[in-house]
Design a protein around this ligand. Structure first.
Ligand code: COA
Length: 360
């Protein structure tokens, strides 16, 4: 079997992405992730996954870059009606509440795609506004003429990001746009499979992504790098974590048995930013891989996507509290693509449980 993590359960056929856990390969709708990151924009990659999910035949007018800008502008209009959504302490809760305000529309192909675009536009606007509010600053209106990555960074920082940071953030958004049947995508597909609406599917997916075993790790990875501070302290610190029964954040994966290919892509994408944390991160990764190998020689545990996500998002200037929600800013496109595909080709997902309780 290609993916040991699948444990024999295949719940969908998909054209959106494929993870080869043995070889460490991620294919996104026909292209290797290494081909796309740094070469394609988030918008182009979102179109790619939405088309793979089945958006193409229903799109009367193509989803051009202006459609992404228009979706962000529409979300800006929504902000004053979000109640206290932006007061949540956790950005993922703010995003979940913000997305829940979107109108689902009809559950046909046109309605789903319209809802998908509204969510893709809303995610960066809500997350950036949450971040600014947390810092005691007024939200910044989107500029529909900018690219998605550039505008998200600008709305967060309150000034345009430099070109290298925008490129790195765009590469990040492309890299994490989809990853086969991960927990949050499965959640979205289960909800869609009941013929519920796309927005409900995305809200559920945000809840699944929030957990530190899935998308919640990059903030803690940065905390770890801060706590370690210098390469020669890595080993002792990591051993202390394991002795305390804690896991090393950013290491290990359910499907990959080699280093997550996205770790290499993001490590490369962050290089032009000359982050002071990059060298430390590399040293910590080496130490963690060595220690985990000694502890678990039979279970390869290598860096996953979150390890260099932390370094990259920090280097472009995003606060760590915003990292998981930034993952969602991208993944919302992948989730939406899966909802479209589930509608076209799937049926009710209804797994089984094994009863081990007492009989009457
Ligand atoms: N640090 C220390 N030990 C780890 C570990 C880590 N990051 N990841 C796995 N292990 C250990 C487990 O404790 C387990 O040991 P045990 O058999 O003695 O209990 C063994 O390796 C197998 O782990 P398992 O729980 O079967 O792996 P999984 O497939 O359920 O877990 C993750 C996958 C991603 C949840 C897990 O590797 C993890 O928690 N990583 C840290 C969080 C993280 O980076 N999440 C982002 C994922 S993209």
């Amino acid at each position: 079997m290609t993916n040991p993590g699948l444990e024999g359960v295949v719940v969908a056929d998909t054209q959106i992405s494929e993870v080869d856990g043995e070889r460490g390969r991620l294919v996104i709708a026909g292209a290797d992730v290494e081909q796309l990151a740094g070469a394609a924009t988030f918008e182009a990659t979102a179109r790619r996954v939405l088309a793979a999910g089945g958006a193409d035949p229903v799109v009367a007018t193509p989803i051009d870059n202006a459609a992404f800008g228009a979706a962000r502008a529409a979300a800006w209009e929504l902000l004053p009606r979000l109640g206290d959504a932006l007061d949540h302490a956790d950005a993922m809760d703010a995003l979940r509440t913000g997305l829940a305000h979107l109108r689902p529309g009809p559950t046909d192909a046109g309605g789903d795609l319209a809802a998908a675009m509204s969510a893709i536009g809303a995610a960066p606007v809500v997350v950036a506004a949450w971040s600014r509010r947390r810092a005691g600053q007024a939200p910044v209106a989107p500029d529909p003429a900018l690219g998605h990555a550039a505008d998200y960074l600008r709305m967060t920082l309150g000034r345009p990001g430099d070109a290298a940071s925008v490129r790195a953030l765009d590469a990040y958004l492309v890299t994490v746009i989809d990853h086969a049947m991960c927990a949050s995508t499965f959640t979205a597909r289960v909800i869609a499979s009941t013929a519920s609406d796309l927005i409900s599917a995305l809200v559920g997916a945000v809840g699944a992504l929030k957990g530190p075993l899935h998308g919640g790790a990059p903030g803690p990875v940065l905390d770890m790098l801060d706590a370690i501070g210098a390469p020669d302290r890595a080993e002792a610190w990591l051993l202390g974590e394991l002795a305390a029964g804690r896991r090393i954040m950013g290491m290990g994966h359910r499907v990959y048995r080699v280093r997550d290919p996205r770790a290499a892509v993001l490590e490369e994408a962050v290089r032009p930013l000359a982050s002071p944390r990059l060298e430390l991160a590399r040293a910590v990764e080496r130490a963690a891989a060595k220690i985990l190998h000694e502890r678990k020689p039979d279970r390869p545990l290598a860096a996953n996507v979150e390890f260099y996500t932390a370094v990259l998002l920090d280097a472009v200037g995003l606060p760590r509290e915003q990292f998981s929600a930034t993952f969602a800013v991208s993944r919302v496109a992948g989730w939406a693509a899966h909802v479209l595909e589930q509608r076209r080709t799937g049926r009710l997902i209804r797994p089984a449980s094994r009863y081990i309780g007492a009989m009457p």
